[in-house]
Ligand binder design. Sequence first.
Ligand code: GDP
Length: 470
Amino acid sequence: MVLADNLDTIAAIATPIGEGGISVIRISGPSAFATADACFRGRVKLAEAASHTAHFGYIADATGQRLDEVVATVFKSPHSYTGEDVVEVSCHGGAYVTQAILSTFLSLGARLAEPGEFTKRAFLNGKMDLSQAEAVADLIHARSGLSLRSSLSQLQGRLSEQINAVREKLIGTIGLLELELDFAEDGYEFVEKQKAMSDLDEIIGRINKLLDTYKSGKIHRDGVKVVLAGAPNVGKSSLLNQLLNENRAIVTDIPGTTRDVIEENLTINGILFRVIDTAGLRKTADVVEQEGVARTRAKVEESDLVLLVLDASRPAEAPDIEPLSQVAKVIKEGMKACVVAVNKVDLNPTINGKLLQSMSFLKGLPIVRVSALTGHGIDELKQTMVSSTLGGGKQAPESSVLVTNLRHFQAIKRAKEALLLAKESLGRGESSEFVAVDLRSALDSLGEITGVVTTEEILNSIFSKFCIGK
Ligand code: GDP
């Protein structure tokens, strides 16, 4: 384990900048208490206070001027978020006062924390592993019940437990092969190779299970990207408004993230649906509209779910059908989830048989009859959207472990590739040393997830995405 180069004492505002009830300024490191005591005026010295106690007082600046009444909470190493001595000062939540208190800490020798540095120190000091540290960022960014649940499970170390269990098993297998090396001449070889082979099968099986969770794991974490597609005037915008009615998601702009498309967010059964586009689809000579069609196709390609909207009140016309069939092709090729919403059933209560007949490419897709005007069928549409994306509408049980993070997914995939190579070599009767090289490479890939194997590059790329104060 790399030890934190924790000679510096770091400070930062831990709450969002702005006006609010309270704000918290966090200070962590060997001089945390000395720095805080140099400006905190209360009944006790924080350095002498017991860990996990809160103390009322005020903060004074370098000239002795009182800045604010505060409550200082003391956490003594190693029983703190970072594992170091930590003081959290809760002051009134104003942008100026918060900054003034931070400046006072900095003038007393603390250094401004880098993005994610508190959490990085927590990792380096062994308070949490790397996948848990990443879960902190995911939890903070969670925008739906589902993403909250999966990031909390990762924060509590469920993914790490599974990864560690697979690594343990792998270490055992490497041990077997090494044993075989030592006793190669005594006839151990055959038995141990058989055992190593069945161990490898079991490990690959577990790895495959983890890899299989990524699709729904990604949906848990990032939500479902939805494209509403259909000819102009079929009611796409009306339908979106109807869906948003009771389901608008809590969205805050996260500083540092840019969104290149306008996105409407809604949650259904705790799942975040991110509607990324509602472009109209119609074959046309108009160059601008043609671009719209091409754009919709591109959007369909990057979506998780396509909501194809048809109009029950009028027969489909040729200019509508052709682009729809092209979109249907993209859906099938990309194995996208798709729900067909036949809208305006208030105008025509029976599905227009001709409408669907003229579009045989819709065969096999779930079809829901709705009216964006009256709200008819909207609940069924929502449930169909859920079941189409999460397969049968079943959500992963609380206890199940999901891979939600692309970095983890790629590391597990690399581990699998190395394991398959090892299996092949073992099958070919290659020497154990040779097989062990691939097994160790798999072990390292898995270790990157929890951070037992890590590089400065990996750490920087993870923690630089955090905000200052985390
Ligand atoms: P878009 O171009 O596909 O986004 O279609 P709009 O949402 O703008 O709707 C086109 C027209 O159809 C508007 O006049 C809507 O009021 C109307 N409309 C949309 N949905 C329904 C519906 O379910 N029933 C009826 N009767 N009219 C609808």
